[in-house]
Design a protein around this ligand. Structure first.
Ligand SMILES: Nc1ncnc2c1ncn2[C@@H]1O[C@H](COP(=O)(O)OP(=O)(O)OP(=O)(O)O)[C@@H](O)[C@H]1O
Ligand SMILES: [Mg+2]
Length: 311
């Protein structure tokens, strides 16, 4: 459905935000795009939907060369942008229905689908409030509904769950899956690795403008298959230097320390963690199979600090 080949985007100031990206996405697939701030995710999706012109490379959607014909990519794709859509003066119900009408739905169908989305995302209590009086999360959900009221062949969601509460996130993912089951191809840009792991069929990691890895969520984890992860949560205010210095391969994430542990060493390491807990150096610990989050952090570094992939 989407074929991206050697895509490079250099901004006017000379900065290359996308470098030689090649990627194919199948119809009905939910493809997640992960990467630290500034990795080039929004730049990539803005080229897909024809808002930005690539410097070089090609993008073909549903057999159409959309670089040559950007108007067709706006027809083939619907985008929920990362920035909030202004809907002042309209209620969510009006804004969603209007989006459906703009996408060519007849009045009755647009109204029916609008009511369905409002009910599925539990937005009833805000459906008749004017846009300027809505909370950030409800605005974001309204933008999501506006994007998928009449989904095009490709749905591009750039950080759709920012500011959204956990229960409505779950409802949003359920709706995304329903739309993909209807044959729509979905590109999801996110920072939330746990959501990406649960909600996507395949993932790509962008880092410093390059697509450095792609595969199913499981394929990222399999690389670490002889390890388990011992997760320690530090007592507030405790200095972790002693713990971290013993753990050459440990990752520190705020109060959490993730230590890879060989399967044969699990019992010994659990006993060590138990001693740390007794001595009140840590609040708690757990032992888990490697997660996508751990694999992702090892690839890009904390906050995207790994520069090994940069040219
Ligand atoms: N118009 C522009 N001119 C110059 N540089 C730009 C422009 N727009 C974006 N950039 C730079 O390109 C890089 C990639 O930006 P982009 O918005 O694509 O990142 P992102 O992966 O979406 O980040 P985030 O997760 O923060 O949304 C950043 O370093 C950004 O500062
Ligand atoms: Mg972005």
């Amino acid at each position: 459905m989407i074929e991206i080949t050697n895509l490079t985007k250099q901004y006017k100031n000379g900065f290359k935000a996308n470098k030689e990206i090649s990627l194919n996405i199948s119809p009905g697939e939910i493809f997640g795009l992960l990467g630290p701030n500034g990795a080039g995710k929004t730049t990539l999706v803005n080229q897909l939907i024809g808002l930005l012109k690539p410097t070089s490379g090609s993008i073909v959607i549903n057999g159409v060369d959309v670089v040559a014909d950007p108007a067709s990519s706006r027809r083939l794709c619907s985008l929920q942008p990362q920035s909030q859509i202004p809907i002042d003066g309209l209620t969510p119900k009006e804004a969603i229905e209007l989006s459906g009408r703009i996408r060519g739905m007849d009045k009755k169908t647009a109204r029916h689908r609008t009511d369905e989305l409002i009910q599925r995302l539990q937005l009833e209590q805000w459906a008749q409030l004017r846009g300027e009086n809505l909370s950030g999360g409800v605005r974001r959900l309204t933008a999501f509904c506006m994007t998928c009221v009449a989904p095009a062949k490709v749905l591009v969601l750039d950080e759709p769950t920012n500011d959204v509460d956990p229960e409505r996130r779950r409802l949003l993912w359920k709706e995304v899956k329903a739309i993909a089951n209807g044959g729509c191809t979905i590109i999801l840009v996110t920072h939330n690795v746990l959501e990406a792991e649960r909600s996507t069929d395949r993932l790509g990691i962008l880092h410093n403008g390059r697509l450095i890895r792609q595969g199913t969520p499981g394929s990222f984890r399999d690389k670490e298959e002889d390890n388990m992860i011992l997760e320690l949560t530090l007592e507030p205010g405790k200095n972790p230097a002693g713990i971290i210095s013993q753990e050459s391969n440990a990752l520190r994430l705020g109060q959490r320390i993730l230590c890879p542990v060989k399967i044969g060493e699990v019992i010994e390491r659990v006993s060590w963690a138990n001693d740390l807990k007794k001595n009140r150096l840590i609040e708690e610990f757990s032992i888990n199979p490697p997660s996508l989050e751990e694999a992702y952090l090892r690839i890009v570094g904390i906050g995207g600090s790994n520069n090994a992939q940069e040219n």
